[in-house]
Design a protein around this ligand. Sequence first.
Ligand SMILES: *Cc1c(COP(=O)(O)O)cnc(C)c1O
Length: 424
Amino acid sequence: MQTRTRMRYEATTMEDREFSVSEAPSVPEFAAPEERIMKPRRAAPADVVRPTRAEVSLDALRCNLHAIRQKAAGAKVWAVLKADAYGHGAPAVARTLERAKVDGFCVALVEEGVELREAGITGPILVMGGYYGRAYEEMLARRLTPVVYDREHLETFARLVRARGDEPLAIHLKVDTGMARLGVRPEEIRTFAEELAAHPELRVEGLMTHLASADATTTESLEHQQVRFEAASKTLALLGIRPSYRHAANSAALLREMARYDAVRPGIALFGVAPTIDGVSMNDGDLLPSLRVRSEIIALRDVPAGETVGYSGLFRTTRPSRIATVAMGYADGLARALTNRGAFLVRGKRAPIAGAVSMDMTMIDVTDHPGAALGDEVVILGRQEGPLGRDEITLDELAAHAGTISWEVLTHLSRRVPRFYREA
Ligand SMILES: *Cc1c(COP(=O)(O)O)cnc(C)c1O
């Protein structure tokens, strides 16, 4: 792929090259060189020198969509691709899923919806963040579906629809059933529905809520939110508002086969991560990790016993050691909290992180890795097989070592790390 695309395309369109050029729609094929420099977005595969990269398996995405569809049991599947598709690159992920017949997409920001339209996505796109600022007009122009929950939303969208002489605009009404983040409070649903009725320019296509604790040990909170959601739905029905799609489930609820209603909104499960509830993984084996992060050993040294490694000397050798330098640091999204915690794979075997993660590099202890050499592949996330064995660093493991959650690990992978797309 690198040779096919060498330096000719703007970074934002690099992902598209994995797909045949004739199919890549409505993106400028060639960008002026100065534009490429002025609008850096993410290191493009053809431009990078450093051997550090993230590999996205498009096949894993398709398999996960398939598994999710089974779990959805007839409900529509709307892929949540906010935050650049959880760090995978939204345009390429969206195209892959659209071809695999996903029913629609959800994003957090208007900007993210626009990016998908510009990538040629034609299916429904729900903008969940509720912040339209100066982009109300853009929402209509791009056929993005708004989530609404306050009067300003109603009035502004209604006024624009009238001014443009458009058909009634499909909107999704959000109810706050226990997250206390966005949405109409249950006790205000009736008043809000009456205001909706006064705006014939708007058509309530969806009713949604978001679950706060779908991965909790007990389902008490989830069920409590469901009760409120269904009550809101009933209130609306009494006023003649009957949305075609009621939706609430994130990945955790979906995998527990709860709150599926007419549509589900999985995010993290698409990328192969399932919550563990009460020590039991909700992944029964059909969700595959879609991201692998790899780099290489770029320097290697023998260090006597009693020496320190890295900033602030946070690691001290207790034996004559072999220390390898890996070309990935916290500026690439590797949490600095991994300092002296966790391991990378070298030659198919774990090598512990030695000392502080620095901005561009991390050191690992390869004393127990006979044959380790300059240029050896180092796996930060995912599987590796080599002469010393076969192992896997999972997102859950990486997140646990960094004291965070898989969502954050994925979305922190920085734009310095180019994403390579593989069909397999
Ligand atoms: C992020 C998000 C989702 C998807 O959550 P996952 O846990 O990643 O499946 C669904 N709905 C809303 C409103 C969200 O913000």
